[in-house]
Design a protein around this ligand. Structure first.
Ligand code: HEM
Length: 419
């Protein structure tokens, strides 16, 4: 019998993976996602995943086209109730996880454009450069707290850094940070995860309610006493033209928190793992810190933090002979697209000097990641500070533990030894 972990595609006639087999709940997929996706790209680039009721795309060109297609909706309420995206809609209304309805990521134009337009100024590359020195300071302070030779990269730096950065941008008081971090971690586990356990749901809903009340208090406080932060900017926009309601401000705060939290943690974690598994690349980066930005791009491509995103069809069409009906879910595998040899030659080679990297790790089209410049800066500064702090860094013998939120690829624990 074949072992799915060590031998992912031993049989070219094996049934195509479906449903859970294309999520991190499956040990084989967890261990070898890119081999499994490569096989799918060759054998069924528009794959009918009838278990999860979705079309699963793995070619770079198809993924890009779907993300840019104005007839593809991001709004789960427009999907067929039985489809993968439709289940996300029913699910979020049943469990009343606020933030999954009116967050811009789940809206189409004109609401999407209006809400994105109200916050995007804080996330431009220029705005992020102003935050960069503070990101560096936070990274160094977190690393300075590590007192043992062995440490968990996720708990000590990759996890806390993105939350601290966005909390400061929003204007969260430092005294509230621990509560804020606890709520945001619990909410993240529930927000995008249609397979969460009952316990995760209960904890997630409670945390989400606490966060919502907290954000409402922050809005009220700013109305009484204005100050300079992102929440204030949103309150001003609301007052200037009545274009954003309190509920919408709260939803966007939630989204910023959730969308920038595990994703950046995973980028940092996956990046350090890739570097340690390719010592010659790590040595090159140590010798040439100017390669850090291109190393981060290669990490985004090589081990993609958001491994897939979804849309639903709003106009009947066909792709590679497959009929895409109204309301069908189309899942675009960003991880598969990034490893498509048609675009990135020799895709399984990790090369921090790779030229003309083409990746779709931040999505594409109108929903292209708003936080991409921030995520890049956070990863760059963390990598630089980590390598400076530890001239010798290696993996600990402890096993890596992955998180299991479908759509995300990243570790829950990653132990290192550093000196
Ligand atoms: C490595 C880190 C990150 C990755 C890989 C990532 C990935 C993505 C992807 C793939 C999308 C598109 C989703 C879709 O099309 O359905 C997206 C959207 C988004 N991201 Fe990120 N993200 C990261 C960090 C951040 C950060 C730090 C923030 C902000 C604090 C952020 C805020 C957002 C927002 C607001 C959207 C929705 C944009 C819209 O709907 O117009 N992300 N992100």
């Amino acid at each position: 019998m074949s072992d799915p972990v060590s031998d992912p595609i031993s049989d070219p006639d094996a049934p195509l993976p479906k449903g859970i087999q294309l999520t991190p709940y499956d040990p084989g997929f967890m261990a070898h996602p890119y081999a499994i996706l490569a096989d799918l790209r060759v054998r069924a680039p528009v794959h009918d995943d009838d278990q999860f009721k979705r079309w699963y795309l793995t070619r770079f060109d198809d993924v890009r086209a779907v993300l840019r297609d104005k007839d593809m909706s991001s709004d789960p309420t427009k999907a067929n109730p039985g489809s993968f995206m439709g289940r996300l809609a029913t699910y979020s209304s049943e469990t009343r996880i606020a933030g999954t309805r009116d967050a811009m990521i789940f809206l189409d134009d004109p609401d999407h454009r209006r809400l994105r337009g109200l916050v995007n100024r804080a996330f431009t590359p220029k705005a992020v450069e102003l935050v960069r020195p503070r990101i560096r300071e936070i990274a160094r302070a977190l690393l300075a707290q590590i007192e043992t030779d062995e440490f968990d990269l996720i708990a000590s730096i990759a996890g806390p850094l993105p939350v601290i950065v966005i909390a400061e941008m929003l204007g969260i008081d430092a005294n509230d940070r621990d509560d804020f971090k606890r709520w945001s971690n619990a909410a993240v586990l529930a927000f995008f995860n249609p397979f969460r356990s009952e316990e995760e749901t209960t904890v997630g809903v409670a945390a989400q309610n606490a966060l919502n009340q907290y954000f409402q208090r922050m809005i009220d406080e700013r109305r009484a006493t204005p100050r300079e932060d992102l929440i204030m900017e949103m309150v001003r926009a609301e007052e200037a033209g009545d274009r954003m309601t309190d509920a919408e401000i709260i939803m966007q705060c939630n989204l910023l928190l959730v969308a920038g939290n595990v994703t950046t943690t995973d980028l940092i974690g996956n990046g350090v793992k890739a570097l340690l598994e390719h010592p010659e690349q790590l040595a090159k980066l140590r010798a040439r810190p100017d390669l850090t930005p291109s190393a981060v791009e290669e990490i985004l491509r090589f081990d993609t933090p958001v491994i897939n995103v979804a849309r639903n069809v709003q106009r009947e069409t066909a792709l590679r002979g497959c009929p895409l009906h109204l309301g069908d879910t189309v899942t675009a595998s960003l991880g598969a697209a990034n490893h498509d040899p048609a675009v990135n030659p020799d895709p399984e080679r990790f090369d921090i000097e790779r030229v003309d990297i083409e990746h779709q790790s931040f999505g594409g089209g109108k929903h292209f990641c708003l936080g991409a410049p921030l995520a890049r800066a956070e990863a760059q500064e963390t990598l630089t500070a980590l390598l400076e702090r530890f001239p010798e860094l290696q993996r600990s013998p402890r096993a890596v533990r992955y998180r299991t939120i479908p759509g995300f690829r990243g570790m829950a624990e990653f132990w290192l030894q550093g000196r």
